[in-house]
Design a protein around this ligand. Structure first.
Ligand SMILES: Cc1ncc(COP(=O)(O)O)c(C=O)c1O
Length: 401
């Protein structure tokens, strides 16, 4: 069976983790700080804070902004549950909007959803394809006159915050610039199935407007990721430095040095090896399925954007939900694992019970019904890619005949 997206774990990763295990320091420490500085160089962000998951990164950042009960946060209906769940954790209301045919949030739908209660827009670079950041910034500027701040940070910002869920898009480009600086905060995921993995992990890239102190914001995130303790574990080990205070009841979502050790290896070879291989696979899929009249190919690049080749979101033209599911079954029967990204939020019980319905998001509905994600990962050989292509073609032809 060809798996869907196993992580790349080779001797280099094993050596780096072993080295950390033997170093005497396994939680947040020098490796995490080094990984943060390498990510800062890679993305060009003003500050980078690493934590244990993108989910917690998004949540912590919105806590920094003071998003809470009574506030609204605009997100796409077509995303992973994490994007919505963090808004729920904050006691705020997720306002779901529809996406465009390329799976990214539709700015014209965002515009209709903005109210004086909107505190943040959280678009998703789905599958690695960047959203239309320029269009979103224009909406935010236009809406600034109606913005009602609720605390000092929000007053200083003076407008809706743009917080990118960039869980998929490390290494993607918007314009000539790599993803990492196109929003007030850009949050990456290093989950096991992501392009760059630390098993679990995430990073918040900060790009706050002039007047904000990035060091102060970094410190806030760092302290709150460790219960609100004024000193982290490493600082407390210094001579006579055991005493600490807790400024606020914080959370616990720090990255460990074991995770960072993996991340450092992954980042070093990310462009030359990881992205290059993923691109090769995706280009072969595009070439192979371009010949099929039933195939709707994903957008991987246009004049403004280039994907990070995270997910290959293939669609089967005209397939009903039942036919899409039968195609998936047929592909699995041919020993190839595929997936669906994603079951839209209104179909998940929690969101359904809150009153969200899929019919309110017609494009999301049409994308979800006929989407199939194909394997893309470093260790997938080009021979296996041909097996995947054949399995998909045979299954579609069998089901849609
Ligand atoms: C779009 C999206 N946002 C957020 C997340 C959450 O990432 P993490 O697992 O690092 O918390 C994921 C993870 O799958 C995701 O796909």
């Amino acid at each position: 069976m060809i798996p869907f997206s196993p992580p790349r774990i080779d001797q280099k990763t094993i050596d780096a983790v072993t080295d950390t295990l033997q170093s005497g320091w396994i939680t947040t420490g020098p490796k995490t700080k080094l990984f943060e500085s390498r990510l800062k160089e890679y993305t060009g962000a003003s500050a980078v804070f690493c934590c244990n998951a993108a989910t917690n990164g998004l949540e912590l950042l919105m806590r920094w902004l003071g998003v809470g009960p009574g506030d609204e946060v605009i997100i796409p209906a077509y995303t992973y549950c994490a994007t919505g769940n963090v808004v729920v954790h904050l006691g705020a209301t997720p306002v779901l909007v529809d996406v465009r045919e390329d799976f990214t949030i539709d700015p014209s739908e965002v515009q209709k959803a903005i109210t004086p209660k909107t505190k943040a827009i959280v678009p998703v670079d789905i599958g690695g394809l960047p959203v239309d950041y320029n269009a979103l910034w224009k909406l935010i500027e236009d809406a600034a006159v109606d913005y009602i701040p609720a605390n000092d940070r929000q007053s200083q910002l003076g407008r809706i915050a743009l917080v990118a869920d960039a869980a998929h898009s490390l290494g993607a480009f918007y314009g000539d610039v790599p993803i990492g600086t196109h929003a007030d905060a850009v949050v990456f995921s290093f989950h096991a199935a992501k392009n760059l993995t630390t098993a679990e992990g995430g990073a918040i890239c900060l790009n706050l407007p002039e007047g904000f102190d990035h060091e102060e914001a970094y410190r806030w995130l760092n302290v709150r990721s460790l219960h609100g303790q004024s000193k982290d574990a490493l600082a407390k080990t210094k001579k006579n430095a055991w005493e600490y205070d807790v400024e606020e009841a914080g959370w616990k979502c720090n990255m460990t040095d074991i995770q960072a050790a993996m991340g450092l290896v992954e980042l070093e070879r990310y462009n030359a090896e990881t992205l290059a291989k993923r691109r090769q696979i995706v280009e072969r899929y595009q070439e192979a399925f371009a010949e099929c009249s039933w195939a709707i190919l994903p957008t991987v690049a246009d004049e403004d954007r280039q994907t990070s080749y995270h997910l290959y979101l293939l669609r089967v033209k005209g397939a009903s939900l039942a036919q899409r599911n039968a195609v998936i079954q047929g592909i699995f029967d041919r020993e190839v694992s595929v997936n669906v990204h994603y079951k839209p939020l209104p179909l998940l019980s929690y969101y359904k019970n809150q009153g969200y319905t899929l019919d309110a998001y017609p494009i999301t509905k049409s994308l979800w019904e006929n989407e199939i994600s194909l394997p893309v990962y470093y260790d997938l050989s080009m021979e296996q890619v041909e097996t995947v292509i054949q399995a998909v073609k045979d299954s579609v032809e069998e089901v849609m005949a």
